[in-house]
Design a protein around this ligand. Structure first.
Ligand SMILES: [Zn+2]
Length: 314
């Protein structure tokens, strides 16, 4: 019989839930805006309501457990959210225990970036490999590392904080307070900021036209690049250089069989990949240069599918 898990992806803006089978298919899906500023009790109520809605839609399916991806830092073994920066009041919340008491099911908790890495590894672009690095590039940069067939947690579950490795000594200050973080120079936000800085409101450029005069986002740059806009292509090449530098570090550190890119920027993967690969060829030691760098396959559902796999993979 098909095994099914109830999965949650708890984000600062959206709470998503689904029933997922052991082939990684979403059987029932629902999402609500997270009541992120209302404290843990309000969000846990939302989780309960969403669970009820999902289970009512699929009355024939009974999940064998609950998997949750939530913002870190968190303790996956104890099932405790330690201090979620995007959720007000979430300090030392024993989420797994609370939900397991309410639903009478086993509950597993994982950092959201690690959950997405697990999803891509078990059901997406990293299927079948022993070691994989997953990098998600959107407003920030996050990721997860699968090393020798298991997720790498490190001390207090804090391993693979990919966005905050230092890759340069200059540039804009990162929200973490440091200078030169991978995220501060290579996120979609950084790409948008560079595009905004090199154009002016109503200057007739395609970038400003696409952003309707407002600040330009990474997505606008990709869109303009796709239309052949020279300035956008230049910006994308610079973006690819920074990504290539970060990826070179990750290849040297973790020696994955494959490096998978997800997040909003992966929509522009075809425009970036050649320059990323060129940078890696240029900078990585010879033994690391042939590692495939590929786009993620599961899109926005990687976290949910990975959360389900915490239960289904056992
Ligand atoms: Zn940082």
């Amino acid at each position: 019989m098909t095994k099914v898990a109830l999965a949650f992806d708890l984000g600062g803006t959206e709470l998503r839930a689904a029933l997922v089978n052991d082939a990684g298919d979403l059987l029932s899906f629902s999402a609500v805006p997270t009541r992120a500023t209302d404290g843990p009790a309000a969000v846990i109520d939302q989780i309960e309501q969403l669970a009820t809605a999902i289970l009512t839609k699929a009355p024939d399916l009974s999940p064998i457990g609950i998997g949750i991806g939530a913002p870190g830092p968190l303790d996956p073994e104890a099932g405790v959210v330690i201090a979620a920066p995007t959720l007000a009041g979430w300090n030392e919340v024993p989420l797994a225990d609370i939900l397991s008491t309410r639903f009478q099911l086993p509950v597993r908790l994982e950092n959201d970036a690690n959950a997405a890495a697990l999803g891509e590894w078990r059901y997406g672009a990293g299927r079948g490999v022993r070691s994989m690095v997953f990098v998600t590039v959107s407003t920030g940069i996050g990721g997860g590392v699968i090393a020798d067939g298991r997720i790498l947690h490190g001390r207090r579950g804090l391993a693979a904080e990919i966005g905050h490795m230092t890759i340069t000594g200059e540039g804009e200050r990162c929200f973490c307070g440091a200078i030169g973080c991978f995220e501060a120079v290579a996120s979609g936000t950084a790409l948008g900021r560079r595009a905004t800085a090199c154009t002016k409101c109503a200057d007739g450029s395609l970038l400003r036209e696409l952003s309707a005069g407002a600040d330009i986002t990474g997505r606008h740059v990709v869109e303009a690049g796709r239309k052949g806009d020279a300035r956008a292509i230049e910006l994308l090449n610079e973006e690819a250089l920074w990504l290539g530098i970060g990826f070179t570090n990750l290849l040297h550190l973790y020696s994955p069989d494959i490096l998978v890119i997800g997040g909003g920027i992966s929509h522009g993967f075809d425009l970036l990949s050649e320059a990323i690969v060129a940078t890696v060829r240029d900078r990585a030691m010879p033994a690391y240069r042939d590692v495939p760098i590929v786009p993620a396959k599961l899109g926005p559902h990687a976290g949910l599918i990975g959360a389900a796999s915490l239960i289904l993979g056992e």
